[in-house]
Design a protein around this ligand. Structure first.
Ligand code: NAD
Length: 462
């Protein structure tokens, strides 16, 4: 995966090389040299930190848990990115995710760089005390490279506000008398977290879909009239979707997927029917539409899992068929929201995907090969760096609020979140619907453009 991000960075650079409005002052060999520098800077991380956290388990056994902090690029501000607690974490994956963070922040004009952390554990296998020790040790081992103006972690898969609270407390212990609220984001509200942070990613994911199919298409009548646009294959797909009631499937019913599903369910602007949702156990399917609020309540009361049996469906008052976990990916739906893991749509199943719009709530849920297959079929993909940035945007608001010790209302947080995401969508969609490249390509190009202009001004492209 890390190689694929490097490849897309290179493709964005190749496209920018042809664009003479980009770095217009540079000509000939100077221009070539600037592009070589950019390629080298963006395709490699600045720092890879790895440690083995020594933990005494409740049994008395001592284990050393591998952990990473990978800092990709800090051109636009302090490094920023979540810490993933998962047994499949590895250096390549964390590097790739750190690169995506750099591009995501650049795309949405969030003044942070890109980083990511990972701890190779299945958190379900550890007691609360053991997890607390793992969080403390993570901060102790990486304390020199973390901090409100250096590198600001946040939750990711397997971690949440509890872990961020513990980590911030340890940061405060290690650095007495220094500002500490901005050292971690995604904290609980009582500890300086932002209202709306938990819902931010899922809300943002649904917003990108709604904005494309409703707000943008409805408000662009003059632009839609032009000949070049009308024949655009992506526009044909979007207009086809915008005209009819939509059937949606959502993979993953955690923090991101459940909020995106609920937003879609409650939305009055599109006629959505959520026919399938899934999690690590099963897909739940009902062609007449699922009762999403009841599922959200069930999950909250059952440790995060959807119903796993007819009895539990009955208990929750939900009518659904229980299908296998992967069934959600190939259902006969209009829109597929991917909000679980990486690499879910790959070369072996891409041809069976029937959705015409895919929204990437997870990071990199579609592999590079699958992306090309779907693009050839005219499927629109709202890519991760565009769709799932709500979390980091509200993390930025949290960091600001911590510095100012002034806190925004939830309404204000969502207003500013939507403003920022709308601004990015507006800057990409006209080119996308008038051009011939995927929205991912436009997103990457835009992000690399922003980073390059800054690096050039900093005198780093020689
Ligand atoms: P989460 O742990 O709250 O939920 C993950 C969901 O995926 C759960 O419902 C789980 O059961 C399900 N799942 C796990 N393995 C699965 C499998 N093999 N098949 C199908 N479903 C499976 O995580 P989250 O915070 O909702 O994050 C989901 C994805 O979104 C991750 O890839 C994460 O990196 C990405 N993301 C999250 C945020 C955020 O703010 N939470 C921000 C950006 C990106």
């Amino acid at each position: 995966m890390a190689k694929e991000t490097g490849l897309i960075v290179q493709q964005s650079l190749d496209a920018l090389l042809q664009d003479m409005d980009f770095l217009p002052h540079l000509k000939g060999l100077d221009r070539e040299q600037a592009f070589r520098s950019l390629g080298a800077i963006l395709s490699t991380p600045n720092h890879i930190h790895k440690s083995y956290l020594r933990i005494v388990l409740d049994s008395g056994n001592v284990v050393r848990v591998p952990a990473f902090r990978i800092q990709h690029n800090d051109t636009l501000g302090p490094y920023k990115g979540g810490i993933r607690f998962h047994e499949s974490v590895n250096e390549d994956e964390v590097t790739n995710l750190a690169t995506l963070m750099t591009l995501k922040n650049a795309l949405h004009e969030v003044p942070f760089g890109g980083a990511k952390g990972g701890i190779i554990i299945n958190p379900r296998d550890y007691s609360v005390r053991e997890l607390y020790m793992i969080c403390k040790k993570y901060v102790q081992y990486f304390s020199d490279v973390l901090g409100p103006d250096k590198d600001i972690p946040a939750p990711d898969m397997g971690s949440g506000e509890r872990e961020m609270d513990w980590m911030m407390a340890e940061f405060k212990n290690i650095h007495p008398g220094q500002p500490y609220r901005g050292s971690f984001t995604g904290k609980s509200v009582v500890n300086g977290g932002s209202l709306g942070r938990r819902e931010a990613t899922g809300k943002g994911v649904y917003f990108t879909m709604r904005y494309m199919l409703h707000d943008f298409l409805h408000n662009q009548s003059s632009w839609l009239g032009s000949e070049t646009s009308r024949d655009n294959r992506y526009l044909q797909t979007a207009l086809g979707l915008a005209e009819r009631p939509l059937k949606l499937a959502v993979q993953g019913f955690g923090n991101v997927g459940s909020v995106a599903a609920l937003e879609a369910y409650q939305c009055k602007l599109l006629q959505n029917k959520i026919v399938a949702v899934s999690d690590r156990n099963h897909t739940l399917y009902n062609e007449d539409g699922l009762d999403v609020p009841a599922l959200v309540d069930f999950v909250a009361a059952h440790g995060g899992d959807l119903p796993v049996s007819a009895d539990q469906l009955g208990e929750a008052g939900i009518k659904a068929e229980l299908l296998d976990r992967e069934a959600v990916l190939t259902m006969d739906v209009d829109v597929l929201i991917l909000a679980a893991l990486e690499d879910q749509i790959h070369v072996a199943n891409a041809d069976q995907v029937r959705a015409r719009l895919i929204v990437e709530g997870a990071n990199a849920p579609v592999t590079g090969d699958a992306d090309r297959i779907l693009d050839d079929k005219g499927v629109i993909i709202i890519p991760d760096i565009l769709a799932n940035a709500g979390g980091v945007i509200v993390s930025y608001f949290e960091w600001l609020q911590g510095r100012e010790t002034q806190f925004y209302s939830e309404e204000e947080v969502f207003r500013q979140l939507v403003d920022k995401m709308q601004h990015t969508m507006k800057s990409l969609l006209p080119a996308f619907f008038g051009g011939s490249h995927s929205l991912r390509t436009y997103g990457y190009k835009h992000a690399v453009h922003k980073l390059s202009a800054t690096l050039y001004r900093l005198g780093k492209l020689y």
